[in-house]
Design a protein around this ligand. Structure first.
Ligand code: FAD
Length: 362
């Protein structure tokens, strides 16, 4: 069986890896670069139980376990480690210091309790994780094609997907997976797909060799009013990643055209200065921008596309795509190969639960 996966983000790469493991012939078509969008620029933060109380619970718990299994099978390849996670609130008065928190926190940055322990929270380097999933798939025979997916090939009666159109040429397939993150919305012109939006966020990565190994979820004033919720993730390579200020620019059609805006990076740095002046003064290794894919009800779309046999979609993972990539790939591979997933019930993520966008050309 030959499966063409459109998109080389964490969802496409994990799906490729699990399909290739099962002996499937896999081709991944990527327009820009594997991990070149949100999957390479996210926080890479993972949590066992933060999706409890939502339909994501089984997917997240299975994926947290798969991350641990993958890291044990391939040690030291993508910076996986367990770490504690703390809540921090910026107040008017000096708060109590907590053991294990970084020395650069402002005295007014008050410790608000532990949100996670090394048993329940972890991290990966998101770019290294995504490219490694693609590399592992390629070691099992998967192929990476650089190109722009522009449409779907259909059988003569129009009821079956027969491939994808890449740069004007048809690439034949028995099954097609749309995993183009927020750009999956472009496929709504060819398929009965619900809306997917791109929500932008900026991030800064500081050189910070002295940072303590605890992730921080901070509550502090945002520049321009309101509250901000920056996430601070120290990495084993001596850098610290910070994101958490939505920037609300429109999604460009070409993923390569997503570039950080210095004004948003400066606003983010200003917010960091309030709760961590020492970190804000550290050298910046790089600043980035990326769009996370979001659906109307906040849950991902994982499953068959209505009205076209052999067409599948996997997108809309919002803030949990790095966490939920492995279990999504595993479940989707089973759905395509066996007709059902034995690990996670995909019913809550059935794309047919939401109305399709009315923009299909055929
Ligand atoms: C600032 C920020 C921080 C985040 N932090 C975390 C976190 O700590 N933990 C977590 O679990 N999640 C986090 N996320 C969410 C996570 O990054 C996303 O859910 C995830 O990366 C989405 O992966 P994807 O594969 O669906 O999409 P993407 O990574 O966007 O990949 C889609 C791919 O499709 C390609 N593509 C687009 N159009 C075409 C085309 N026409 N033809 C071929 N290819 C195409 C793109 O080039 C891209 O490589 C964060 C997101 C943001 C924005």
């Amino acid at each position: 069986m030959r499966v063409v996966i459109c998109g080389g983000g964490v969802i496409g790469a994990c799906t490729a890896r699990f399909l290739a493991l099962r002996g499937c012939e896999v081709v991944v078509v990527e327009r820009h670069r594997v991990a070149g969008a949100a999957s390479g620029k996210s926080g890479g933060f993972l949590a066992l139980d933060w999706c409890d109380g939502s339909p994501l619970r089984p997917l997240a718990r299975r994926s947290f376990a798969l991350h641990a299994e993958l890291a044990a099978a391939f040690p030291d390849r993508w910076g996986y480690r367990r770490l504690p996670t703390a809540a921090v609130t910026l107040t008017r008065k000096a708060g109590r210091a907590a053991p294990g928190l970084p020395g650069w926190l402002a005295p007014e940055a008050r410790f608000g309790g532990w949100l996670g322990t090394p048993e329940t929270t972890a991290q990966v380097d998101p770019e290294a994780f995504t490219t490694s999933m693609m590399d592992l798939a390629r070691e099992r025979g998967a192929r990476l094609v650089q190109g722009v997916v522009q449409g779907i090939g259909r059988s003569a009666d129009g009821g079956r997907a027969t491939g994808v159109v890449v740069d004007g040429e048809v690439l034949a397939a028995d099954a097609v997976v749309i995993a183009m993150g927020p750009w999956s919305v472009l496929a709504a012109a060819w398929l009965a797909l619900p809306a997917v939006h791109g929500l932008e966020g900026h991030s800064l990565v500081f050189d910070d060799p002295g940072a303590a190994a605890a992730a921080l979820f901070v509550d502090c004033p945002a520049p321009g009013g309101g509250q901000g919720a920056p996430e601070v993730i120290p990495r084993p390579d001596g850098t610290t990643y910070v994101c958490g200020l939505p920037s609300r620019r429109p999604l460009p059609e070409d993923p390569a055209a997503v570039v950080a805006d210095e004004r948003f990076l400066e606003q983010l740095r200003q917010m960091i200065r309030g709760f961590a002046p020492g970190l804000a003064a550290a050298p910046v290794r790089h600043g980035g921008a990326c769009f996370r894919p979001v659906t109307e009800d906040g849950l991902p779309l994982i499953g068959p596309v209505a009205g076209l046999e052999g067409a599948f979609v996997a997108t809309g993972h919002s803030v949990w795509g790095m966490l939920n990539g492995p279990a999504t790939g595993e479940a989707l591979a089973a759905l395509i190969m066996d007709g059902a997933s034995a690990t996670v019930d995909l019913a809550p993520f059935d794309p047919a639960r939401l109305p399709a966008l009315a923009v299909q050309a055929t």
